[in-house]
Design a binder for this molecule. Structure first.
Ligand SMILES: [Zn+2]
Ligand SMILES: [Zn+2]
Ligand SMILES: [Zn+2]
Length: 660
């Protein structure tokens, strides 16, 4: 971008600013701004220049990033903030104050002056997936791994100090201010949590796109597009984001670096093409925009390319029932799975629904059902509820996990609660549209899994989640399964699951990962044998003859596992016991809390019958004057079972503040 250093208007050169002659002509109607009366020359480490008017209610100021000002009468809203100098230039753009600062992403060049906004009582709104990198920036720095650096993503461009955040800009939501509606389009790429804000301004659909693109066919950096070691994730995401933005037909694109772009489509298409070529040069896995669901039969659609496969059963009326609906691609799942950041949340990007509508006649997403509670299978569910009015149905034991995910510390949970509309009992059959759906409990991979059966287009289909996979480690293994102790798995769980599935004699299996396949008897027999072998291994390896004590890390656990308690508050906490013995167990339990906290009662005694569960209830309270030194503390349960002192064998965490 060019700036006239000491010319009369001290603003951006209009010629350098606008991309084409036609664009320049379109802007002729806008009067040049009067010369700014700035108080003296800018201080060292502050930008010079003055805001340029793009149209009646839109200005841009070239700070450490472009700061855009949208005006409504005598107030302005800023998009990104740079050093914060725009606060001093408010009168220059004819407003008396700034109502909001909205950020497209968390980089320091966008936000390094935010403390000025905060001290001037100007609220700051940030992308919800980057909120912790503003308000908890200092904690980010305490925990960011630097040695053994493989997580190379440029979150090193995070602010050095915490910035209080007034609001989150949630994906696919709308932020309203005055007459303007800013639609929040998730546009990961330059950063993983980046957003583009789209609003109608002075008659033009205007997109504030952060650093998604610099100019026609250009990005400012490639290094920001690498998240993992030698990865290409940001390139894949940028192509996705540009494609989605293009579909919304912006007439003016306002980037954080580079010049605002009128008639942006050709330049965006050029960038999509060039980034796709760059991706293909490295021969990465399939890009999100190339993933497409396929028809298995007229009423059954499958998509096996995202990490977790999902399925759509489509009724004659055009209603769809989705079995699972997770990440848009393997890449978009793995970057969260392998990332060490404690606040990082798996970001959901809408995918495939446009294809279901345009190619497969889907008119609405009526119901979504999880095969099991794992995040890779369900992280699109909150979006389906919020933006597609889908109902959520599930097997009965999943309800508590979905609605209160903070309750348990088990594998792969999505932290966002999902409200359940109806549950199914073991072996219950329900009619949905013209289909009979039967659900059974299918433990093993996790206790919180179902298998669902339906006759679709003449085939007897079993939706089996992660009960087993058609990818044997060795050819003679038949089907393959996995074992994750953290998921509440017991010695006979997998076998129980297989029996429940075989009882319905399915011929097509629609698994949770990979493509649908025909179930063959030889493979099933081999698989059954392997499950028997697994049980034999448990018995030879484990010391306790009641082997489940050696498989179940949560046989004693505190519920809920994650609590938020502030000084002056109390919360109920239960210690839950799964007695894997055939005989009654006598327990004596106390909660170990920080000095100064109260726990009532001090000790609980209870007996839990053989092969059953029991619970001891406590109330934990924090005195009003307790000095918060740490934001998270751990509690433990000290346990005596059948006169044997086992010690602090269960734990939970208490957060004394919340993020986001
Ligand atoms: Zn940036
Ligand atoms: Zn799973
Ligand atoms: Zn899975």
């Amino acid at each position: 971008m060019t700036t006239k250093s000491d010319s009369g208007d001290r603003g951006l050169s209009r010629r350098g600013f606008l991309q084409t002659g036609a664009a320049a002509a379109a802007w002729q109607a806008v009067k040049p701004a009067p010369a700014p009366q700035l108080s003296g020359s800018p201080a060292p480490f502050a930008p010079g220049g003055a805001p340029t008017r793009l149209s009646e209610h839109l200005w841009v100021y070239p700070d450490t990033c472009n700061v855009y000002a949208v005006t409504d009468r005598n107030k302005a809203l800023l998009i990104d903030f740079g050093s914060g100098r725009m606060l001093e230039l408010a009168s220059y753009i004819g407003v008396s104050g700034v109502d909001w600062v909205l950020h497209t992403h968390h980089h320091r060049d966008q936000a390094q002056g935010d403390h000025k906004a905060v001290s001037s009582r100007v609220p700051v709104a940030v992308p919800s997936h980057e909120r912790h990198l503003f308000e908890d920036a200092e904690n980010f720095w305490r925990n960011r791994r630097i040695n053994h650096l493989y997580a190379v993503r440029n979150d090193f461009f995070t602010l050095t100090r915490n910035v209080p955040v007034a609001a989150s800009l949630a994906d696919y939501d709308t932020f309203r201010w005055g007459p303007y509606e800013f639609f929040v389009l998730p546009t990961p790429g330059h950063t993983i949590g980046s957003i583009t804000l789209i609003a109608g301004i002075d008659g033009k659909t205007t997109a504030f796109s952060g650093d998604l693109m610099y100019g026609p066919g250009k990005v400012q950096t490639l290094h920001d597009l690498q998240y993992t070691y030698a990865g290409m994730e940001g390139v894949d995401f940028s192509v996705y984001s540009l494609t989605r933005l293009l579909e919304r037909k912006p007439e003016l694109v306002c980037p954080s670096h580079g010049a605002p772009l009128l008639n942006p489509a050709p330049g965006m298409e050029e960038l999509i093409r060039k980034l796709s070529d760059w991706y293909d040069y490295w021969r990465g896995p399939t890009m999100i925009t190339r993933n497409r669901p396929i028809a298995v039969s007229p009423h059954l659609i499958a998509h096996h390319l995202p990490t977790a496969s999902f399925y759509a059963i489509i009724s004659e009326a055009g209603k769809a029932l989705l079995l699972d609906y997770g990440s848009a691609s393997n890449t978009s799942f793995l970057i969260f799975k392998d990332w060490p950041d404690i606040h990082g949340r798996m970001r959901f990007l809408e995918h495939s629904i446009d294809t279901l509508r345009s190619e497969f006649g889907v008119k609405s997403i009526d119901v979504a059902m999880p095969s099991h509670v794992h995040d890779d299978h369900i992280n699109g569910f909150p979006h389906l509820v919020r933006h597609h009015n889908a109902k959520i149905w599930c097997f009965e034991n999943m309800r508590d996990i979905l609605e209160k995910p903070n309750g348990r510390n088990i594998g792969c949970l999505l932290p966002e609660p999902i409200r359940v509309d109806r549950t199914f009992r073991h072996r219950e059959t329900v009619k949905w549209e013209e289909f009979d759906l039967t659900v059974v409990h299918s433990p093993g991979h996790t206790e919180f899994q179902m298998a669902m059966f339906a006759s679709i287009d003449g085939a007897r289909v079993a939706f089996t989640g992660d009960a087993f996979f058609n990818t044997p480690a060795r050819p003679d293994d038949g089907l393959r399964h996995n074992l994750i102790y953290r998921n509440d798995v017991y010695s006979d769980s997998h076998m129980q699951s297989l029996r429940n599935i075989l009882e319905f004699e399915p011929n097509i299996v629609a698994p949770g990962h990979g493509s649908p396949f025909l179930l063959n008897r030889t493979d099933v027999l081999r698989f059954e044998k392997r499950l028997e072998q697994q049980q034999a291994h448990f018995e030879t390896l484990l010391a306790d003859p009641d082997v489940n004590f050696g498989l179940d890390p949560s046989w004693v656990h505190i519920y809920p596992y994650q609590m938020v308690i502030l000084p002056g508050q109390s919360r109920p906490a239960e210690v839950r016991i799964r007695n894997h013995r055939p005989t009654t167990m006598q327990l004596k339990i106390t909660l170990v809390v920080p000095d100064g906290w109260r726990c009532v009662p001090e000790v609980r005694q209870l007996s839990v019958e053989g092969k059953s569960v029991g619970a001891a209830a406590f109330e934990v309270s924090i005195p009003t004057n307790w000095p918060v030194r740490l934001e998270r503390v751990a509690l433990a349960a000290d346990v005596v079972a059948d006169d044997k002192y086992l010690g602090q064998i269960a734990e939970a965490v208490v957060d004394l503040k919340t993020i986001g």
